[in-house]
Design a protein around this ligand. Sequence first.
Ligand SMILES: CC(C)(COP(=O)(O)OP(=O)(O)OC[C@H]1O[C@@H](n2cnc3c(N)ncnc32)[C@H](O)[C@@H]1OP(=O)(O)O)[C@@H](O)C(=O)NCCC(=O)NCCS
Length: 132
Amino acid sequence: MNFYSRKLIKPEDLNPNNTLFGGSLLRWIDEEAAIFAICQLNTDKLVTKFISEINFINSARAGDIIEMGMEVLKFGRSSITFKCEVRNKFNKQKIITIDNIVFVHVDENGRPKPHGVTTETPPEIDQAVVPA
Ligand SMILES: CC(C)(COP(=O)(O)OP(=O)(O)OC[C@H]1O[C@@H](n2cnc3c(N)ncnc32)[C@H](O)[C@@H]1OP(=O)(O)O)[C@@H](O)C(=O)NCCC(=O)NCCS
C-alpha cells in the first residue's frame, strides 16, 4: 500500500470528545479515493458505487498528522476496487481501515462503460507517494 495525502488535525476537525470527527475523516477519504480512482483509470467520468464496512480503530487528536493509503485490489470491466487505510504518520498506528471501495466508470448517460485498464499505474509517477 502506498500513502498519499497527509492532513494536520486541527481544532475544527474534532468531535465533542476532542478527538477526530468521523465526518471530517470520511470527507477526506472520499476525496482521496476519487483522486486515486481518477489517476488509476485516467478518467474523471467515475462515480462511487460501494464503500464497505468502515472500521474506526484508533482516534487522532489535534496536532496529529495522518496519512491516507490506497491499494488496488481489482480492475473490473467498468469498475475498480481498492482498499484504504489511514494511519498516524509518525507512530504508524492505524486510525481507520476500509476493505473495499468501488468506483464505476460511466458514459454520458450515467451507465457503466468499460474503462479498459488492467494494470496499476506505478506510484513512482506521483511525487507525493510514501511507500509503506
Ligand atoms: C454506478 C451505477 C451506474 C452502476 O449501475 P449498475 O446497474 O449497478 O451497473 P452494473 O450492475 O452493470 O455494475 C457495474 C459495475 O459495478 C459493480 N458493482 C455493482 N454493484 C456493486 C456492489 N454492490 N458492490 C461492488 N461492485 C458492484 C459490478 O460488478 C460492475 O463491475 P464490472 O463492470 O467491473 O464488472 C449505478 O448504480 C449508479 O448510478 N449509482 C449511483 C452512483 C452515485 O451517484 N454515486 C455517488 C454516491 S454519493
